[in-house]
Design a protein around this ligand. Structure first.
Ligand code: ADP
Ligand code: MG
Length: 240
């Protein structure tokens, strides 16, 4: 589904991603773990071309998207993204937040877009909030709206950048549960997270980044129990 080949990103003279190569298959749930500043967000942002890679290639379903002529908007229609800080439209109700993009970007009729939005809101447990504005929601509710909004575009890939890092502890679970359900539907998911238990339980594979390099790549049982590099060992000692 996604293939990165020698993906490199340089900001000023800083090598933020250093020759990252990996393949993510359809339906896989891949978590990205690593210290702050290791390049996790930049890697995600390159996958949907929010950042232009400096070198290397990205392929989505065998098609190279890192060519100059790529229509970035077209690529992003197929890749949903959820951020740490929700980024909901503050002046729109929950229902409008979720139904807006399909109408605007895909030309879906309002009635249909709203019907789909209601189904998604039911899925994330927010049926009773459709007429509510974001400032009346808890962090966990906001993030579930953000997930529903991304899903409304019917993407084949979902990217999550620390979706629970801004939440109060009691709200983390409700968001992780929604993500777990989504994983069960066979969605291809790439998730930057500090939730090690989630990575162990739900993830099919862990990518460990350090200093822009893909240092380890393994199934969770191997990564967490028998990391092979000192860098991963040191990191895991700090977080586990
Ligand atoms: P992480 O998500 O793992 O914390 P990031 O991908 O956000 O790491 O950042 C990796 C490095 O790239 C950091 O040193 C950060 O300061 C730098 N960086 C990220 N975005 C930019 C940018 N737009 N301009 C310059 N430097 C950036
Ligand atoms: Mg980050």
């Amino acid at each position: 589904m996604i293939k990165a080949k020698n993906l490199t990103k340089v900001f000023d003279k800083n090598i933020v991603l250093d020759q990252i190569s990996t393949t993510i298959h359809q339906g896989e749930v891949v978590t990205i773990i690593g210290p702050s500043g290791s390049g996790k967000s930049t890697f995600l942002r390159c996958l949907n071309l929010l950042e232009d890679p400096t070198e290397g290639q990205i392929y989505i379903k065998e098609k190279e998207i890192t060519k100059l002529k790529t229509n970035k908007l077209e690529i992003r229609k197929n890749i949903g993204m959820v951020f740490q800080h929700f980024h909901l439209f503050p002046h729109m109700t929950v229902l409008d937040n979720v139904s807006y993009a399909p109408q605007k970007v895909k030309g879906v009729e309002k009635r249909e877009a709203e019907a789909v939005a209601r189904k998604l809101l039911a899925k994330v447990g927010l049926t009773d909030k459709e007429n509510t504005y974001p400032n009346r929601l808890s962090g966990g509710q906001k993030q579930r709206v953000a997930i529903a909004r991304a899903l409304a575009m019917e993407p084949e890939i979902m990217l999550f950048d620390e979706p629970t890092s801004a939440l109060d502890p009691e709200m983390v679970k409700e968001v992780l549960d929604v993500m777990k359900d989504l994983a069960k539907t066979g969605m291809t998911m790439v998730i930057v997270t500090h939730e090690m238990n989630f990575a162990k339980e739900v993830g099919d594979r862990v990518l460990f980044l350090d200093n822009g390099k893909l240092v380890e790549e393994a199934v969770p049982s191997v990564f967490f129990d028998k990391p092979t590099t000192d860098r991963a060992k040191v990191f895991l000692e700090k977080v586990l």
